[in-house]
Each structure stands twice: as C-alpha cells, then as structure tokens.
Design a protein around this ligand. Structure first.
Ligand code: PMP
Ligand code: GLN
Length: 393
C-alpha cells in the first residue's frame, strides 16, 4: 500500500482524548481534558433548542449567521473598543480548532516561518507543518513563564510570515503583560509579520485582570486576527462554535479555507451564541469569579499535599511541579500512575512541547463542582499517604 500523510500517520491521539479515555476506563475523577462539568447558562441552551425547533435547519451563510457575526463585532467594541465590520471582518467556524486550521491554511505559504511560543496547544505544530510552514519555537519558562525578549527577537527573520500566540495561555495560565504584548507588536510591525491570536480564554481572567487583545495595540489592527470560542465563554465546549475577527484582507483567504473544511456551523448553535454574547456584565464577571474561587480551592488543596502549584492568572488550568512527590521518572509516568492508581486524571505538560520538554510539570483542570474538586483532593491525599506510595520511594 502507498504511504499515508506522515504528519498525521505518525502522530499520536491527543493527550486530552487519551487522558479522558483512561479516566473513564479507571473510574477516575477527570481533571485532565479542559471542560467544565456543569453546562453553561440555561437561557442559552433554551435559545439553541428553540432555534432548532423553529428552523430553518439548512445551510446558513458560509461566513456565519448575520446575528452572530453582528454579536461578535459588538462584543469586540464592548470589551475592547475595537470597531469591526461584521459583514467583512468576522467568520464563524466550528470551534477555535477549525479557526486555527483555517487561519494557517489561509495565510501560510510553503516555506513560511511561523513563530510559536512553547509550551503550545497541541494542534499548533502539526497544523503549521501540514500547511507547509516551518515552526520557530520560542519558550517561556516556569515558574513565571515570562517571555525572553532576546530569544523572541532572534526568532524573527525575513522569512517569518506569522506569529501564533495563545493569550491567555494554556497550559501556563499566563496572561501576557503589556510589555510583552508591545514587544510582540513592535516585532510584527518591524518585520511585516501577521499575528494569529488564539484568545479562547479571553473572558476567563482572574483577580481583576482584563484581557488585552494584541489586535488593540497601535498598528496591529490591520495585521492581526483574533480567535474566540463559545465553548470557553459559555461553558459549552461540545458545541464547537468559534469566531475569527480581523481585517478583510486576512479574513477573506481564511474564509476560503473555512469553506472547504466545514463550510458552516449548526445554525441553532450560532443563534444561541449570538444571544449569549450580549449577556450583561454580571454574567462575564460571575464566570471569572466562580472560576477563580475554584482555582483557589484546588490550589490550596494541592499545595497542602506537596504539589508545587505555579501561579494561575487565567484559564481552566493549574500547573504543578511534582518534583519530590516520587510519582515517577517523568510527568507522563506520574499522570499514568495518578489515573490508574490514585483515580485522578491530569495532563503531562510535556505534551505541550515539540521536543526537550520539562518532565516535572503536570496540569490539573479546576472548572469542576466543589465536591468533585474535593473528591480529587481526597483521592490524591489517600494515594500519597498510602503504602503503595511509600513503596514507590
Ligand atoms: N486553543 C486553545 C488554547 C485551547 O485550549 C482550546 C481547547 N479548549 C482550543 C484552542 C480549541 O477550542 P475549541 O473547543 O473552540 O475548538
Ligand atoms: N483545550 C482543551 C484542553 O486543553 C482540550 C480540547 C480538546 O480535547 N481538543 O484540555
């Protein structure tokens, strides 16, 4: 038989799917894959079901239903002061995952360099490669995950077409500082580079912080696309409704890629997301403060058990240093033990690196009911103090 595409033939199933399968098989509390265990607002669910019954349930416009594109443009104005033309500057996709694929397909040419910041979301590297791009990785390092300005400057070359940044960042839970955003913006302008901003966690930022899109910095409006996800903003990750906002000259090729990947996204879900985006400030503030309380509960519990909990400014995730806990040689081994022996699923952070990954960090997802967080902490506590645990040493 002839060979199949090597990138996808060699690649493993994503760590999120793998850990969720292992969690199910072992009856473990699943703090691996990032999804809330309570569905988002009832009124959004009702809007979706009513729209489904009312119809039509036929192909909506390729760019997305007008009310969602308008709602995305309005949200950009409301939250960030960005003026977006809903007709030419928004495309609705099937989740941020498709948005990322469409952006890379629409913008990258064979041999273009694309700067990625490591640790990186798992689809970035294979998708950059698959569209013919050359990934240039720059690292942020724990515990503060700050960006090394000199390393970033060195990554830009005359062949750089784009930088792909994830802000707020999974799995580090980092929010890029104003200085870092300004540095990135200046480098993009100096080297005439596009920015693809994965901002799916834009509304999940804590402790009074406010998300600042790279697109809102001076001179960036015309060279940046920003990606949002209703999955994260409304705790409905299974819906897979995403949206890309940017200048028409970037959105046009991106939408041409989108038209041959999915063409469109279920119309009832789009209408419900349009309704959700117009929710009042209390909704958005409540979302962030509820999550921050869960973060604090989880962080306190893990710290008491000896995990080295790193700072968490945003997202669903706490990253922990497991050195000294004797959970195994590597993060992968530790996560395997935790899911099979302790009954708690986490994600090894090495899965977010292309190579030379640190092996002492694991990620816990905290967007769970309080009793689920407590159950996980109790299981970890029992495991760490069990004879099985002493036998490991
Ligand atoms: N980007 C990042 C950084 C993510 O963590 C995720 C997963 N939640 C996605 C993109 C994909 O989002 P979606 O579920 O909307 O495809
Ligand atoms: N973004 C989620 C995470 O980081 C997973 C999404 C997925 O499974 N594709 O856990």
């Amino acid at each position: 038989m002839k060979t199949t595409n090597p990138i996808f033939t060699r690649i493993e199933t994503t760590i999120f799917e793998t850990m969720s399968q292992l969690a199910m098989a072992n009856g473990a509390v699943n703090l691996g894959q990032g999804f809330p265990d309570v569905d988002g607002p009832q009124d959004i669910l009702e809007k979706a079901s009513q729209s489904l019954l009312d119809g039509p349930n036929q192909y909506p416009p390729m760019l997305g239903v007008p009310e969602l594109r308008q709602a995305v443009a309005d949200a950009n104005k409301r939250f960030y002061g960005l003026d977006i033309d809903w007709q030419s500057e928004v495309v609705v996709t099937s989740g941020a995952t498709e948005a990322l694929a469409a952006c890379l397909m629409g913008l990258i040419e064979l041999g273009d360099e694309v700067i990625l910041i490591e640790p990186l979301y798992d689809s970035y590297l294979p998708m950059v490669k698959r569209v013919g791009g050359i990934a240039k990785r720059v690292r942020v390092n724990p515990p503060d995950w700050s960006l090394d300005a000199e390393a970033l400057k060195r990554a830009f070359s005359e062949n750089t077409k784009a930088i792909l940044i994830n802000n707020p960042m999974n799995p580090t839970a980092k929010v890029f500082s104003d200085e870092e955003l300004e540095l990135i913006a200046n480098l993009c302008k100096t080297h005439d580079v596009y920015a693809i901003c994965d901002e799916v966690y834009e509304h999940l930022v804590f402790d009074g912080r406010k998300h600042r899109p790279l697109m809102s910095l001076e001179g960036m409006r015309d060279r940046t696309v920003r990606i949002g996800s209703a999955g994260k903003t409304f705790s409905l990750t299974g819906w897979k409704v995403g949206y890309v906002t940017g200048p028409a000259h970037m959105i046009t090729p991106i939408s041409k890629a989108h038209q041959f990947v999915t063409f469109t996204t279920p119309p009832n879900l789009q209408k419900a997301v349009a309704f959700g985006l117009a929710k009042d400030d209390a909704y958005y503030l409540g979302l962030a403060s509820d999550l921050a309380a869960k973060r604090d509960r989880m962080a306190a519990g893990l710290t008491a058990l000896g995990f080295g909990v790193l700072p968490c400014e945003a997202t669903y995730f706490l990253t922990c240093d497991i050195s000294g806990l004797n959970l195994g040689e590597t993060d992968v081994e530790a996560c395997h033990r935790l899911v099979t022996e302790a009954g708690v699923a986490a994600v090894p952070v090495s899965a977010f690196y292309g190579s030379d990954a640190p092996e002492e960090l694991i990620r816990f997802c905290f967007c769970k009911r309080d009793e689920v967080i407590q159950d996980a902490l109790d299981r970890l506590s029992a495991y760490l103090s069990s004879p099985a645990a002493s036998a490991r040493i």
